[in-house]
Design a protein. Structure first.
Length: 99
């Protein structure tokens, strides 16, 4: 089963619609915002080392962390996927990213 890597826990956000694309795995807690960028980078590098081509990133949380997660994913994979929220349809759409 594919994995949906949630960049950062976001209290109050309903992530259930993202489960359509795989098992949800939160990479960073809300409290990680207080930690150093080096700590965050190392944590994301370790977690995303297992990311496969059919997995997705759910881009929620601190914009710096989102950018770091995308940079790490693009370093590990030629093509990776992100989930985009379609506000008018109340669901996520899977988009491919090739850098």
């Amino acid at each position: 089963m594919p994995i949906v890597y949630v960049v950062q826990d976001s209290p109050g956000k309903n992530l259930i619609p993202a489960q359509e694309f795989g098992e949800l795995r939160v990479m960073l807690s809300y409290n990680d915002s207080k930690k150093s960028t080096d700590f965050i980078c190392n944590k994301l590098i370790k977690i995303l080392a297992d990311m496969e081509s059919d997995d997705c990133l759910l881009l929620i949380g601190n914009p710096l962390f989102i950018g770091l997660a995308c940079a790490i994913a693009s370093n590990n994979l030629i093509k990776f996927h992100v989930l985009i929220w379609e506000r008018d349809r109340y669901k996520y759409r899977k988009e491919s990213v090739v850098l």
